[in-house]
Design a protein around this ligand. Structure first.
Ligand code: CTP
Length: 405
């Protein structure tokens, strides 16, 4: 099983025949965008609602339907055996009945039976069917066996009726799916994460910035959310979409980031400062666009030091009422090439910043920024190496959280 260790999961998305199947396309898309390997298993009736080419294009994998396809690779059990998690959305009343009784007359049925992975179902049906004692009993049986049920919500159904039975939204199903497979070792914890790079304005159209894309901070927010934490993400100019299910607070400059951290840190069990904060800002911010005629052939910029937010946090100056035992994790992006010297720089930084942990990553023209992969070394406050991780930014995020836990 790839869960915990790896960021990338093998997810089977089962789609059964209900009108909400069109929303399953969005679920598949969200899973793929989050970096997971998705195999869709659709029942023949599901394919009356959404086309196979759509599902294959969105999932980037072949879509299985028929028990008698892919027999040579023993597809009817292989998908289930390899899955880290199976999610069925929509799960019709009929499919819940079949699941409850272990029927396996189609590829989805055999896939589920052949799997020991967590199973998540997102029921969708008309209210009468949802409330029918047969469905109620089937669902109770499934819950008893550890199947996780997400939704349904109450709202407009296919016809003119309104009531219980509306499939949960794709984002909610995604969150439930990932939560089913990740350890819930941050449940009940409040985690503040900063991500992205601050921009310090020079005039209304220009700024001093850095190359941070926010990917590692966003991956940390996703990973912490999936492990049960209540996450606040303070985001400065992200180049990637912020994750669903976290409290998002957008900032522009280092000073705005400082104000946000001061506020949210008072309530956080852990603070992870993944943002690349500008150390300096222009002394003067022009009200109108700076013009070459006025600046001449050479122009000198005067810069002023920004506050060191991390240091101010650990010294107690920034958020005096922060909770006792709050864990603070800083980042150090360094260009030093020599392995010994880069560690020495990081050790000095960990001590100077007063952090509990420091995540060191080497950056350069082609390393670290705006890439999907990362390689980090985690040091504790005394400079001892307590973790190392390399790979996609989601796996790296999970390793960092393992250290935090
Ligand atoms: N940081 C901060 N406030 C700043 C600068 C950095 O809180 N004004 C935080 C970053 O979010 C990061 C850590 O401090 O978690 C280290 O940032 P880095 O830029 O590597 O450290 P600096 O103190 O700026 O040292 P250097 O002189 O190496 O840039």
């Amino acid at each position: 099983m790839a869960s915990g260790e790896g960021g990338r999961l093998r997810v089977v998305v089962g789609i059964t025949g209900g009108i909400a199947a069109y929303k399953a396309v969005a679920l598949v898309r969200l899973l793929v965008l989050a970096g997971h390997d998705v195999s869709v298993v659709a029942t023949p009736s599901a394919l009356r609602f959404v086309g196979k080419p759509t599902l294959e294009a969105i999932s980037r994998n072949e879509v299985g339907t028929d028990l008698y396809e892919g027999v040579a690779e023993v597809r009817h059990v292989a998908l289930g055996q390899a899955a880290d998690v199976i999610v069925i959305a929509p799960a019709t009343a009929n499919s819940l009945a079949k699941l409850a009784h272990g029927l396996s007359d189609d590829l989805l049925g055999t896939t589920v039976l052949a799997s020991s992975a967590p199973l998540v179902v997102a029921p969708a049906m008309h209210t009468e069917m949802w409330e029918n004692p047969a469905t109620v009993a089937n669902l109770a049986l499934l819950r008893e066996r550890g199947v996780r049920v997400v939704g349904p919500g109450t709202g407009a159904l296919t016809g003119k009726d309104v009531g219980a039975g509306r499939m949960a939204e794709p984002e909610e199903i995604l969150a439930a799916t990932l939560a089913a497979v990740r350890p819930q070792d941050l449940a009940g914890r409040r985690i503040l994460i900063t991500a992205g790079g601050t921009r310090e304005p020079l005039d209304p159209v220009r700024f001093l910035g850095n190359r941070s894309s926010g990917r590692q901070g966003v991956a940390l927010a996703e990973a912490a959310r999936d492990r049960g934490a209540a996450v606040t993400l303070v985001a400065a100019h992200l180049e990637v979409p912020p994750p669903h299910g976290v409290a998002l607070h957008q900032v522009g400059t280092a000073e705005e980031l400082a104000v946000a951290v001061a506020g949210f840190a008072a309530e956080a069990d852990a603070v992870i400062m993944a943002a690349a904060v500008a150390d300096y800002r222009p002394a003067v911010v022009a009200d109108a666009k700076l013009k070459k005629e006025a600046l001449g052939e050479e122009h000198e910029l005067r810069l002023i030091r920004n506050p060191d937010i991390l240091r101010a946090l650990t010294s107690g100056e920034l958020a005096p009422s922060r909770p006792a035992g709050q864990v603070v994790i800083g980042f150090a992006a360094e260009t030093e090439q020599d392995p010994e010297r880069i560690l020495a720089v990081a050790r000095e930084k960990a001590a100077r910043k007063g952090v509990d942990f420091l995540v060191l990553n080497r950056v350069g023209w082609a390393e670290g920024f705006a890439t999907a992969e990362n390689a980090v070394t985690v040091l504790d406050g005394h400079g001892s190496i307590v973790g190392e991780a390399a790979g996609d930014k989601l796996s790296v995020a999970h390793r960092i959280l393992d250290v935090l836990v």
